[in-house]
Design a protein around this ligand. Structure first.
Ligand code: IPM
Ligand code: MG
Length: 367
C-alpha cells in the first residue's frame, strides 16, 4: 500500500519558517513511528503570484484535489496589499476552501496550563479552557452573489450578499453535532436571527438537525451576545457552530483568550473522498506576520498542532496526535518559549528552530 499523501503549501511571511519545523516532525513520524507520508510542496499566496501571476495556479489546485491532506502555512504580506482584489494572496486560500468544498472549519481554542497567565483575561477564567468553534467555510457573505462595487446615482455602492441554503447549514450542523458527541455534548449555535432572515433559517435548521442528536444539549445565541459571553465566561462553551463571517470574528476572539495566536491550529474538512478520508486542509490560525518574517522568531507550534489535527482527522491516528500534543504541552510546562510567549519575567526566547528541536526531543523521550 502506498503512503498517504500530503501537499505542503508554505505560502508567505513566516509560513515557510514554521512549515520547515513541521517537515521535521513529519520526518520523525516516518523514521520513528513507521508512519511515512509522500510529501510534495508547492506555492500559494504571494509566493504563487510572484511566479505565476495568480495566488494559486490551476496545477496546484488540481494537486490539492488529489492528495489526502493539504498543509498550509500562511498567505499575504505588505508587498501584495495593492494588488487587484482578484489576485490578492487571500484569493488563493479562498479558492482552495471553495473548490475543495471544505465546509466545516474546526478552530479549537485551548488554553495550555503553562500559558494561562498570557491571556488578557483573568487566569481563572481561562485555565483549562477547551472550546471548539465550527465555522461554516464555503458559503455565506464570503461567497454570496450579487457582490461588487458599482455606481448608483453617481455614488459608489459596495454590495455583498449573505446567502445560505438549508443544505449548507445542515451539513455544517451535522459536523458540529458529531464533534459535540465526542466532547462534552454541548452545542451553542450563533447567528443574528433577530435581524437576518438567514439567521432565522440557520436557527430553524440547526434545531431540526438536533432531533438526530438528542443527547446533545443545544442552545442558540445571537452572535453579538456570543462575543460578549466569550470574553465574560468562555468556559460555558463546548462546541460553537456559526456562519462564515461570524466564525471569522468569533474565532479570533476565542483564539486570543488562550494568550497567543501563535498556538492555535485549524482543520477545514469536506466530504469523504473515495478512500473514505475527508477532503482536508490544515493551517495555523495566525497569519503571515510580516513584522517578524525571516528573523527566525516565529512560533511554529500552531502549524505543528495543525499537523496533529491532520493525524487525528485525516489519518485516524488519534494516539499519535495525542503524542505530539503531549510533547508540546511538556516543552511549554518545562518553560520553552518563543518570543510571542515571553511574559513579564523575561528570559531568552527560543528561535523557531530551537522550538522545533525541543519538541523533537520531547517526541524522542515519549518513545
Ligand atoms: C481566516 C482569515 C481569512 C478569512 C482571510 C485570510 C481570507 O482571516 O482564516 O480567519 O477571512 O477567512
Ligand atoms: Mg480570520
Amino acid at each position: 500500500m502506498s503512503n498517504p499523501s500530503l501537499l505542503i503549501l508554505p505560502g508567505d511571511g513566516i509560513g515557510p519558517e514554521v512549515m520547515t519545523q513541521v517537515k521535521r516532525i513529519i520526518d520523525w513520524y516516518g523514521e520513528k513511528r513507521d508512519l511515512a507520508f509522500d510529501v510534495s510542496e508547492d506555492l500559494v499566496g504571494g509566493a504563487a503570484y510572484d511566479k505565476h501571476g495568480v495566488p494559486l495556479s490551476d496545477e496546484t489546485m488540481a494537486k490539492a484535489q488529489e492528495v489526502d491532506a493539504v498543509l498550509l502555512g500562511a498567505v499575504g504580506g505588505p508587498a501584495y496589499d495593492n494588488l487587484d482584489f482578484s489576485v490578492k494572496p487571500e484569493r488563493g486560500l479562498l479558492r482552495l476552501r471553495k473548490e475543495m468544498d471544505l465546509f466545516a472549519n474546526l478552530r479549537p481554542a485551548q488554553c495550555f496550563d503553562a500559558l494561562a497567565d498570557f491571556s488578557s483575561l483573568k487566569k481563572e477564567l481561562v485555565a483549562g479552557l477547551d472550546i471548539m468553534i465550527v465555522r461554516e467555510l464555503t458559503s455565506g457573505i464570503y461567497f454570496g452573489e450579487p457582490r461588487g462595487i458599482h455606481i448608483e446615482d453617481n455614488m459608489r455602492v459596495g454590495v455583498n450578499t449573505q446567502r445560505y441554503t438549508e443544505a449548507e447549514i445542515e451539513r455544517g450542523a451535522r459536523a458540529a453535532f458529531e464533534l459535540a458527541m465526542k466532547r462534552d455534548k454541548k452545542l451553542c449555535s450563533m447567528e443574528k436571527a433577530n435581524v437576518m432572515e438567514s439567521g432565522i433559517l440557520w436557527r430553524d435548521v440547526v434545531t431540526e438537525v438536533h432531533a438526530d442528536y438528542p443527547e446533545v444539549e443545544l442552545s442558540h445565541m445571537y452572535a453579538d451576545n456570543g462575543a460578549m459571553q466569550l470574553v465574560r465566561a468562555p468556559k460555558q462553551f463546548d462546541v460553537i457552530y456559526t456562519d462564515n463571517l461570524f466564525g471569522d470574528i468569533l474565532s479570533d476572539c476565542a483564539a486570543m483568550l488562550t494568550g497567543s495566536l501563535g498556538m492555535l491550529p485549524s482543520a477545514s474538512l469536506g466530504l469523504p473522498m473515495a478512500n473514505g478520508r475527508p477532503k482536508a486542509m490544515y493551517e495555523p490560525v495566525h497569519g503571515s506576520a510580516p513584522d517578524i518574517t525571516g528573523q527566525g522568531k516565529a512560533n511554529p507550534i500552531a502549524c505543528i498542532l495543525s499537523f496533529a489535527m491532520a493525524l487525528r482527522y485525516s489519518f485516524d491516528q488519534g494516539e499519535e496526535a495525542g503524542r505530539l500534543e503531549a510533547a508540546i504541552e511538556k516543552v511549554l510546562a518545562d518553560g520553552a518559549r518563543t518570543g510571542d510567549l515571553m511574559g513579564p519575567e523575561g528570559g531568552t526566547p527560543l528561535s523557531t528552530i530551537e522550538m522545533g528541536d525541543v519538541i523533537l526531543a520531547a517526541l524522542d523521550a515519549s518513545l
